[in-house]
Design a binder for this molecule. Structure first.
Ligand code: T1G
Length: 687
């Protein structure tokens, strides 16, 4: 057994420190060590109390997620928790970093909890398609009441130490950086004051009050129906908290365990755990070692203060990196700066930003009309109109202005980065940083590696992405990189189904029922049909609708009709225009089964993903899942298109693609990799 903990005596107080990097996850060795050392402390007559602390960056971040799906090994976390809670000596949790999931559940079994101000505490199991399985759904309601517990556990978001103190989850806030010292002082006071062995499980007042409001659970279900749609874990959490209120503690614990096992055995938990690890794996570049030296990024230049340029700038201002933003005209510059300030003021109004933080960020923003002012920037990101000649001109100028060693990046969403790099004398320092709009909100950042991009530049971009809170996915150079290219397959099929006599609401409903927040045609109406495809001259349904004055929601009608409250309803006028367009194109009309609609919309996305993989544009199938989940809100409970395809069965995907190939030609031919995997009974996950 690896030594993952130690017990040190400070007079009559023992400090039990877990030391299991990187996050003190409660794997088998840690569970065994906890039982061993707590039993030792209990047996030692000199010890009056135990402080449970963790070494490294954080208090325990929960169960070891990598153990899920593998054969269970005793002791389980429930046994450890029970042992702590029934200890004959006071046990105090000393919390720093993030006490999450099972880590917080262990702390809840301690008799008291002390935390440093920077600590954060939460039960994020819902993000893994699970629920707290070590008593969290039974103990938290006893501390904060069922209503707050419902929010806290189905939301999964951690709270600060001071908020946890307010809620009664934490008893004492320690001095930052002096946790063990503060904890020792706190425990001495507890001992001197004859503090009882207080067990959270014995606190009945709050749940007794909750018993008077049985309707609160169904009210919560109704008000969260949209957010919880298609996901199993939230409803199971509600049931577990209902059990906490309705049943005696032990029965409630048993009910929680039953619900936990049900979720853990289900596909959604497997999918969301896949997504959790896939996101972290995506940051690792196969031929760029993790210890590759990175280049400094102390100041950033942004060329273009439009929607994208402004949003990109905000990412760096948010983490204290100064930004020099350049425009060609003062009016554009003023508008861009004003938009950035307005976005921060919205956060201020929502209580997500303080006034001084807002001003501090704005003070780091330097606006200029002169590219020469970027001469000292370590990284310059171009975010101008998608025109290759324009980008080449700008990169040539940046190359002349930027200091030696500066990285030049383009935010292009589909243009050839290699061609852009060739406009400079430093192609090895040119990279793509493709942000997704809104750039200050969407988590995906596609890091586009050119043929000449140097490894330290790749390493710098991947690390910088995490620093600004983005999820990086490395992409090779192709039209649309990963997420846009894969999603285009769905868009094309949706447009074709529309012309083959499927209504916008039938297509949107299939996508919505699959788990997306909104279908493609509702989205187009929201964005505005006059905006879509305005650069192309080719006739399209959207152009025909615009020609008939149907711009989408903003004009009261697009693919749908909208009432004053912007509620959508099917539109006969839109259908007439769509049918006329289909007739003009000579598209045969036909009907489709529900199952066929989903297959025709989403199997081509999987096939495109297989091509992206076999062309080496993406390093891994799971990277494609991350890009789609983080860039297009692909329903995380499916694991992403490639994980989902493995669950559907690749032969089924091949079958759909062959039917589409017969109907639409070789563009729909099943990819070679997909066919190989299907025929050999393998999966994308086996790659
Ligand atoms: N188990 C196993 N590995 C974990 C882990 C965990 N709980 N948490 C993180 N890691 C790995 C991660 O894969 C990465 O590995 C490294 O640690 C650093 O992570 C019974 C059922 C704690 C906020 O959901 O939110 O308890 O890539 O890159 O950005 O009721 O990790 O280096 O090889 O994310 O500093 C509930 C999940 C579990 C917390 C740190 N707990 N972790 O963020 O580092 S289920 C969670 C996080 C449970 C009980 C239930 C974050 C973090 P590698 P990182 P970070």
């Amino acid at each position: 057994m690896t030594e993952v903990a130690k017990l040190e005596k400070h007079g009559s107080i023992a400090v039990l420190t877990i030391d299991s990097p990187p996050v003190n996850a409660l794997g088998l060795d840690v569970r065994r060590a906890l039982l061993k050392y707590i039993s030792m402390a209990e047996a030692d007559p000199e010890i009056e109390a135990v402080i449970l602390a963790c070494a490294g960056q954080t208090f325990s971040a929960g169960a070891d997620i990598s153990e899920f799906g593998k054969p269970f090994q005793a002791p389980d976390l429930g046994v450890v928790c029970r042992h702590i809670e029934n200890s004959s000596k006071i046990i105090v949790a000393a919390i720093h970093g993030t006490a999450l999931g099972g880590g917080l559940e262990v702390a809840l079994c301690c008799h008291y909890r002390i935390a440093v101000p920077s600590a954060r505490l939460g039960l994020p199991e819902v993000a893994l398609g699970l629920l707290p399985g070590a008593g969290g759904t039974q103990r938290i309601p006893r501390l904060i009441g069922a209503r707050k517990a419902l929010e806290f556990i189905t939301g999964g978001a951690p709270v600060s130490a001071s908020a946890a103190r307010e809620m009664g989850i934490v008893d004492e806030v320690a001095d930052e950086g002096a946790l063990v010292g503060s904890a020792l002082e706190y425990v001495r006071k507890l001992i001197a004051g004859g503090a009882p062995l207080r067990r959270v499980r014995d606190l009945e007042d709050r749940i007794a009050a909750d018993r008077q409001q049985p309707e609160l659970f169904d009210e919560f279900r109704r008000s969260n129906a949209r957010a919880f749609r298609g996901k199993d874990a939230p409803e199971s959490i509600v049931k577990a908290i209902e059990a906490a209120v309705a049943l005696p503690f032990e029965e409630g614990l048993a009910r929680e365990f039953e619900l936990f096992v049900e979720l853990e055995k289900g596909l959604q938990a497997k999918a969301q755990i896949h997504a959790f690890f896939a996101e972290r794996t995506a940051s690792k570049v196969k031929d760029v070692p993790g210890d590759t030296p990175v280049l400094p990024v102390r100041t950033v230049g942004v060329v273009g203060a439009g929607t994208m340029g402004g949003g990109i700038a905000m990412n760096f201002l948010n983490v204290g990196i100064p930004v020099h933003i350049v425009e060609t005209a003062q009016a554009n510059l003023d508008r861009g700066i004003a938009t950035i300030r307005k976005n921060y003021e919205i956060s201020l109004k929502r209580g997500k930003l303080t006034a001084e933080a807002l001003e501090r960020r704005m003070s780091l923003l330097h606006a200029t009309l002169d590219l020469g002012d970027l001469r000292d920037c370590d990284l310059i990101i171009e975010a101008v109109f998608e025109s290759m000649p324009l980008k080449q001109e700008i990169f040539a100028k940046l190359d002349a202005v930027a200091r030696d060693g500066a990285i030049l990046a383009s935010n292009t969403s589909f243009l050839d980065l290699n061609q852009i790099a060739r406009a400079t004398s430093r192609p090895d320092h040119v990279i793509g940083l493709h942000f997704f709009s809104p750039a200050n909100v969407m988590p995906l950042l596609e890091v586009v590696r050119g043929d000449a991009t140097a490894k330290p530049v790749v390493a710098t971009a991947m690390k910088l992405a995490r620093k600004i809170g983005k999820v990086p996915v490395l992409s090779g150079v192709c039209d649309g990189f990963i997420a846009n290219r894969a999603m285009r397959a769905r868009t094309e099929q949706a447009d074709l189904l529309l012309l083959q006599n499927l209504s916008p609401d039938a297509i949107d409903a299939a996508i919505y029922d699959y788990g997306f927040a909104m279908g493609p045609f509702r989205m187009l109406d929201l964005v505005g049909l006059d905006v879509i495809g305005r650069d192309s001259t080719e006739r399209s349904v959207a152009k025909d609708l615009v020609a008939a004055g149907r711009m989408g929601q903003k004009s009261g009608g697009g693919y749908y009709d909208y009432d004053e409250a912007r509620a959508a309803r099917p539109s006969e006028a839109a259908l007439d225009i769509i049918r006329a367009h289909a007739a003009w194109k000579g598209i045969a009309q036909r009907s489709f089964s529900q199952e066929e609609i989903v297959a025709r919309l989403l199997h081509p996305v999987v096939n495109e993903g297989a091509k992206i993989l076999e062309e080496g544009i993406a390093m891994r199938a799971s990277d494609i899942d991350v890009a789609m989940i983080k860039g297009y809100n692909w329903p995380v409970q499916t694991g992403g298109p490639m994980f989902w395809a493995d669950a559907v069965g690749l032969p089924r995907i091949v079958e759909t693609m062959k039917a589409l190939e017969a109907e639409q030609g070789e563009a729909m031919r099943p990819s070679r990799l997909l066919v190989e995997l299907a025929e050999s009974g393998r999966t994308f996950g086996s790659l």
